[in-house]
Each structure stands twice: as structure tokens, then as C-alpha cells.
Design a protein around this ligand. Structure first.
Ligand code: GCB
Length: 601
């Protein structure tokens, strides 16, 4: 190979590496509590084009083109022509997933382009484009200019568009790609549906030139009478007088931000404590000389003592249920508050005081609603099964999703647990990856507990245990256990006892088995409601008799959900059937078994 060819080959290899490793780009730190801001919602009808070969992004040599669909060139097809047209393309409701929008898209994984026209009138301040979530890789363009790219399907992102917007007519184009990759988070293999699309709210957020970008107010770790937090301004006038006001507590505090617009504070207060029995939230006002924002914030402590979990200093038993963010009755990605409410109402009806929002951060309104309804929340990132533990890009991606999750919900008293992983294979590289996540999460937010869903490591066939070196990095030892389903039949639950050596609370982050609603038969017949109910009854008996240090659980799962891994005809038909409620809203017998037990707890 001569030199020129060598350099050309090296250049092409480098370029390919650069372009195929998608990365976040152009994003600004998250704006806290966008829903209390002056926003222009861009939800509604968006034109869409399915682009399997990504011709709107690459030219015929598969080089990114400057002249892609994001330009939305308007031509008359006489003097020149183009082979796409947004304005005559059909529309889709945003937020929403494309897979359930049209039957023919059900299994489509790839690129979809979206376009929306909107009118904008500048108010002299700054404008951000905020997207609540887009699965998985979103490239965002305003008026033909790329303003940002975000990787990760379940967390919000925003980019400043002040200089790109014009008075009057504007348009936004988003290329969303939900292809799965080995190096991605989650990776190619997981047990839930890869709904593609702009799945959460899209809005223009209008803020003053210097504005309150972020703030946090929570009880200081382990204290019931010191509130700790920070305010972060963004803009030219970094040094300002800022204040925190909680009228019902007669609190009004003033501080001055530093040259970076930042101030950390602590003050004494004796707030009424948030709990499932009293899900009280205070009206809080955070103000600066140039901006003000309001929030509803609850205060509580969450700690562990030996094998107990303490909420506000008192032992609490987690009566929980796991939930996917999947819409009841229509089985798409949740896209309305009513759908959030239906699921959370079912959890309340079951007698829950706690929900595991699996396996990725759910929408912000879901968390806020859970908080108002008195449900404690486990929130997690999609570090699931076997991801690439040694890949630095994979780590950066997981870390970023963790930070975005915490940033968004750091003021929610309901969130008591940040979970960093689910059912991951033991090994040094995994431990390094996950312990780093645990350290980062604690550093960012020390007022919550850290956990991860572990697997069992039994001492013998009848002495059930957990043996995971990650135990030192978590506050709660959580375990997904499936005796009676993946491990033996129900009778096994009568024969075992638990012996976990870690002096920490033990929680079943999952347990359960499948049943098709309305399918009846013997108690020992898989897939019947009777089998599932018996599995729950025997698990409960085991817990009552033979699981020391048991602090709660979130059985798998509230409602049947779509999963491409579930192929059994006539029973599964593409659904994981471990729900206590079917995807059509029918309660199975096991629902009532658990409900009865939760009533006694
Ligand atoms: C698990 C996973 C969950 C699955 C479930 C199942 O352990 O954490 O994502 O859906 O098992 O049904 O097998």
C-alpha cells in the first residue's frame, strides 16, 4: 500500500469510527422543572417520513450530507425536484411511539424523520428546545441547522435555540433512530419493547437572559430539621441575590451566587414530613433578581439501619409493584397523564406504598403523580443484563443517563432509591463499571439510597442466598427471584429458607410468574391464573416464615407488557404475561392474593 492510500484508508477508518459512534452533542445542562416555566408546547401533529436507508442523512457514498431532510428544501418540482416532502407526508401524534401508530410500523427499528412548523415570537429572553425523551438517538435541527444530538431513550435533554429561532415561522426536524446496538444502553437484548419515536413532551422553554437553570432543596442527609440545596444560575449576570421561599414554613432565605452563578446553602426548618400516609408538598419559590420559579416539594429522610429501611426515622415495609411505562388497554408507550394515572391507581388499589419504575426513568409526570399519591419510587437506568462493561463509550452513556435521571428528579421526595443496574453478570469489569456509577450517584445526591437488582447465589438447593461483590456498593440488597417459575415449580417455595449474610435490608425487586387472564385450570398448570395465584400465596408464606430481614418487594409486574422475547402462541403472543393485570385491564387472581397480604402489612 502506498502512503497516499494508507493515509486515505486511515482517514476513512477514523471518520467511520467518529460517525458510527453516536454521541451527545450541542446539549446544555438540563433546565430544572420545565413544567413551571413559560413554555410553548410543540406536541401535536408532526409530519413523518420512514427512512430505512437513512437517505435523508447520508449521500450515495454513505457520507453525511449537508443537504439532508433537515433542510426541508422547498422546491416546485419544475425547475428542480426532491424525493421527499414533509408537508404532504402523513402526521403522527407527538408524544407517541411509531410502532403502535400504524400497524405496518410495529416491528420497525430504524430512522424516522419528524417535522413540525411553528410560530415563534421572541420576548427578548432566551429560548431552549426541550425534549422529554426520544428513543434512542435523536438528531435535532431547527430551521435547517443542527442544534443537538442526544443518545438514550428515556431521559430529557435541551439545547439553546435563541439564535436559531426567527420571529414568525420556524420549523423543527428530528431524526430519531431506534436501531439497537451491542454497545448501547440498553443493549440489543432485553425483555421489553423498543418503542421508537419522540415519546415525551416537546416544547420551547422561554427563560430570561440570566435564569435559574437548576436548584435542589431536600432535607440534608440524615437530618429532619436542616434543608440543604443549591441554586445554579445560567447567563451573563452570574452574581446575583437569590432567595428561597417556603411560605407555609415561614422560610425566606437570601443568598448571593458566586462568579459561576452558583450557591450552596443550608437552613434550619422543621417541615411536615412527606410519607405515603401524608404525601404533603410545600409550595416553594426560588427567585433571583432576574427570574423566579415555583415548585411543589416534599421533605423526608430515607435511611437504613441494619436490615431495616427507615422513612423519617421509622421502619417502613415496601409494599410495591414493578411497572413498565406501557399504556394500559392499547399497549404503546405511555403518552398521557390519564395513562400514568390508570397504572398508579391500580397500584394504590393493590395496597402499594411503593412502585419500582422499571427498567428506565419513566416520564416526569409519572414521578410527580406518584409523589402526590403517596407512592415511594425506585427509579432506574437501563443498565440491563449483559452490556459492554469494558467499553468506555458504553460507560459514558450509562453515566450520562444516570446523571440526567438524578438531575430531573432530585427534588422528588417520593424517589427513595436510585437503581444502577438490573440482573448483571458477575465479573471484575462489571464491578468497576457499576461501582463507579454508584460513587457518582452518591456524589451527586447523597439523600437517597442506592440499589441494583441482583440475582441469587444460593448456599445449597434449599438455603437461598445472594452472593454478589457489588453488595458493598449498595444500601439495599435487592434480588430478582423466580422460584416457582424459572426455578422449580411452586412446591419449591415450601422447601426453602433464606440466609443472606449482608447486614442490609433485603428486598425482592422482582418475583412472579406468567398467567393468561381468563385462562383457568389446576393450581399446578403453568399459565393459568390459579398457578400464578398459588405462586404468590406460597411466596408470601415463605416470606412470612423463612426470609429474615425482609424489607419489602416489587413483584413482577403490574400489567402484561409487550416483549419480542415472548413467543408462545395463544398464551403470550408477543406479551410478557407476568402481569397481575392483563394489558386489557383484567385483574388476575394473583392481584387479590397480593392485595390481601398488603392489607395486613
Ligand atoms: C427479569 C427481568 C425482567 C423480565 C423478567 C421476566 O428478571 O428483570 O425485565 O421481564 O425477569 O419476566 O423474565
Amino acid at each position: 500500500m502506498n502512503f497516499r492510500r494508507f493515509f486515505l484508508a486511515a482517514f476513512v477508518a477514523l471518520f467511520t469510527a467518529m460517525t458510527s459512534n453516536a454521541a451527545n452533542e450541542g446539549l446544555e445542562p438540563l433546565i430544572q422543572n420545565v413544567y413551571s416555566r413559560d413554555v410553548q408546547l410543540l406536541n401535536g401533529s408532526w409530519h413523518y417520513l420512514l427512512d430505512q436507508l437513512e437517505v435523508g442523512y447520508y449521500d450515495y457514498r454513505r457520507e453525511p450530507t449537508d443537504n439532508g431532510f433537515f433542510k426541508d428544501h422547498q422546491v416546485n418540482n419544475v425547475d428542480s425536484y426532491k424525493e421527499y416532502d414533509f408537508d404532504s407526508a402523513p402526521v403522527m401524534a407527538i408524544p407517541g411511539d411509531w410502532n403502535t401508530w400504524e400497524d405496518r410500523f410495529l416491528h420497525y427499528e430504524g430512522t424516522m424523520w419528524f417535522k413540525k412548523d411553528f410560530l415563534y415570537e421572541p420576548d427578548g429572553g432566551r429560548a431552549y428546545l426541550y425534549i422529554g425523551a426520544a428513543n434512542y438517538d435523536a438528531k435535532v435541527y431547527v430551521n435547517g441547522v443542527k442544534v443537538g444530538e442526544h443518545i438514550g431513550g428515556y431521559t430529557p435533554f435541551n439545547m439553546e435555540v435563541t439564535d436559531v429561532l426567527k420571529p414568525g415561522k420556524n420549523f423543527v426536524v428530528v431524526k430519531v433512530d431506534n436501531k439497537r446496538y451491542l454497545e448501547a444502553v440498553p443493549t440489543v437484548n432485553c425483555d421489553w419493547f423498543n418503542f421508537g419515536g419522540i415519546t415525551r413532551d416537546v416544547m420551547i422553554v422561554n427563560v430570561p437572559k440570566t435564569y435559574i437553570r437548576n436548584y435542589k432543596l431536600q432535607l440534608k442527609k440524615d437530618s429532619q430539621n436542616v434543608v440543604a440545596g443549591f441554586i445554579q444560575l445560567d447567563g451573563e449576570k452570574a452574581q446575583q441575590k437569590v432567595s428561597v421561599e417556603i411560605p407555609e414554613l415561614k422560610v425566606k432565605k437570601e443568598y448571593t451566587t458566586d462568579a459561576n452563578g452558583y450557591v450552596e446553602f443550608e437552613f434550619k426548618a422543621k417541615p411536615r414530613l412527606w410519607s405515603p400516609a401524608d404525601s404533603f408538598l410545600y409550595d416553594v419559590k426560588v427567585a433571583s433578581e432576574t427570574d423566579a420559579v415555583e415548585d411543589e416539594i416534599g421533605f423526608r429522610t430515607i435511611q437504613t439501619r441494619g436490615r431495616e429501611i427507615l422513612l423519617n426515622g421509622e421502619p417502613v415495609f415496601l409494599k410495591g409493584i414493578s411497572i413498565h411505562e406501557e399504556a394500559p388497554f392499547r399497549s404503546g408507550r405511555i403518552c398521557s397523564e390519564e395513562e400514568n394515572l390508570t397504572l398508579l391507581n391500580w397500584a394504590k388499589e393493590l395496597g402499594c406504598n411503593y412502585v419500582r419504575l422499571a427498567h428506565y426513568p419513566h416520564n416526569e409526570k409519572m414521578v410527580r403523580m406518584a409523589e402526590k399519591m403517596g407512592l415511594m419510587v425506585w427509579s432506574e437506568i437501563p443498565v440491563y443484563w449483559t452490556i459492554q462493561w469494558e467499553n468506555p463509550d458504553t460507560y459514558a452513556n450509562a453515566h450520562n443517563q444516570l446523571m440526567e435521571m438524578i438531575d430531573r428528579d432530585q427534588n422528588r421526595a417520593a424517589v427513595i432509591i436510585w437503581s444502577i443496574a438490573n440482573e448483571t453478570p458477575h465479573g471484575e469489569a462489571r464491578d468497576k463499571f457499576l461501582s463507579s456509577l454508584s460513587i457518582s450517584a452518591r456524589k451527586k445526591d447523597d439523600a437517597r439510597l442506592i440499589s441494583m437488582a441482583m440475582e441469587r447465589g444460593d448456599k445449597s438447593p434449599t438455603v437461598i442466598s445472594i452472593n454478589d461483590t457489588m453488595n458493598q456498593w449498595v444500601d439495599i440488597v435487592s434480588c430478582n427471584q423466580y422460584m416457582g417459575w424459572y426455578d422449580g415449580k411452586n412446591e419449591k417455595l415450601d422447601r426453602v429458607r433464606w440466609e443472606v449474610d449482608y447486614e442490609k435490608p433485603l428486598v425482592f425487586s422482582e418475583m412472579g410468574g406468567g398467567a393468561l387472564a381468563g385462562h383457568h385450570g389446576g393450581k399446578d398448570e403453568f399459565w393459568t391464573e390459579e398457578y400464578q395465584a398459588e405462586l404468590y400465596a406460597k411466596t408470601i408464606k415463605m416470606i412470612d416464615e423463612r426470609v429474615p430481614g425482609f424489607a419489602g418487594m416489587s413483584p413482577w409486574i403490574l400489567m402484561d407488557f409487550r416483549s419480542p422475547r415472548r413467543l408462545l402462541p395463544h398464551i403470550q403472543d408477543g406479551y410478557n404475561r407476568k402481569g397481575l393485570i392483563s394489558n386489557r385491564g383484567q385483574k388476575k387472581q394473583a392481584f387479590y392474593v397480593l392485595q390481601e397480604w398488603y392489607e395486613t402489612k
